[in-house]
Write a protein that binds this ligand. Sequence first.
Ligand code: GH3
Ligand code: MG
Ligand code: MG
Length: 382
Amino acid sequence: MKFVPSILLFLFGSAFLGLWALDRKLRFTATLAASFYFFSSAMLMQVAFIPSDVGYNGLISGVFYATGALLFSEGVLERSRHHLLPWAAVLSMVGIVGGLWYFYFVDRKLIVWICILNLGLGLIFLQTSWQGRFLLTGTKRDKALFWLLVAIGVHFLPRTLLTIGSVNPMMNQDSLYQTDFWQMVLLSTSVLGTLSGLCLLGILVIDLISKLRRESDLDPLTGVLNRRGLQSHTDKLPHLSTYGLASVVAMCDLDKFKTINDTYGHAVGDIVLTAFADVVRRNIRKEDIVARIGGEEFVIVFKDMTDEQASAFSERIRKAFEHTSFKDVSIIEPVTCSFGLARIRASESFWVSLERADKALYAAKHSGRNRICTEWVQNAMS
Ligand code: GH3
Ligand code: MG
Ligand code: MG
């Protein structure tokens, strides 16, 4: 029975390691795995009396607890691309190890020894939550992580006070390890360890699922939305904005793209596609939507725009692309694109509006390419 907490913590460590194996880019899951392994080993040392010398047992398990707490904190911050302050980490480690050593080997004071370990660990978590207070402005998962850090940090304080009332200062470590009080400490640590592990694991699994969902909405070549992503974004599109304007959809197609592929190769074609997506991204607003829905076919949704504004934005993209030079490849003739624009009508689905934009694009292709045709003015401008 007494090994259950170590085993549970070990299993959580292995679960985090498994998550890391699934996605090596999530380095913080490896940090969290290491943290749980350190906690598990520290508990194992205490319940199995390894090493058997009480002073060294306390000292080494204390170092392991502190390392576990620092790795836990680093893992939580690393998830949001932040890091522990190095001086705070070094200071807490030196403070805890120095204190445990001094109050056992030099001036043996059991209560001070226990306070140093508990308060030291509590302070590591509280300092991390202070450093991670930006989590409070994040998602629900970020907030849950913040409060988890606070709860773990705060729980050490009453535990320390309780220790002072319950432990006889004259007692040595040997008899302390035999008391019901110590068993209670071990039990509460394992309950908290299990709850934290479950909470973290839940958060990380949801993180992973939402990352996969986001990635499945993106085109891997250009990084803009794919057809599926466009569908989910346009499902939420309001028909009329707060300004009373509707949105305009542009269907864009690269001109004579097959010739580029045939002359320079498919790899160069890919560079051109990526460059086009970059030009679009640079020339639209952040509320607009861009997606690649076919080989060299892109859709742009200009939100809340008048016909003239949408035409002007499209014209800006057309001109910018015409003058683009491509990274690491020399293409002799300018590569151009054509646009077909249609207004998104409240009475019809987005895809019907897109068909009308496609018709306008067809007109642009037939009237010479490298131009914009709109459903409202069927003649070309270039
Ligand atoms: P138009 O001006 O009439 O649009 O002529 P086009 O040659 O651009 O039109 P077409 O639709 O005949 O050619 C599209 C080409 O796009 C054919 C295909 O080889 C190429 N293509 C489709 N997907 C990709 C891709 O992912 N990468 C590259 N490099 N080429 C692609
Ligand atoms: Mg084309
Ligand atoms: Mg095409």
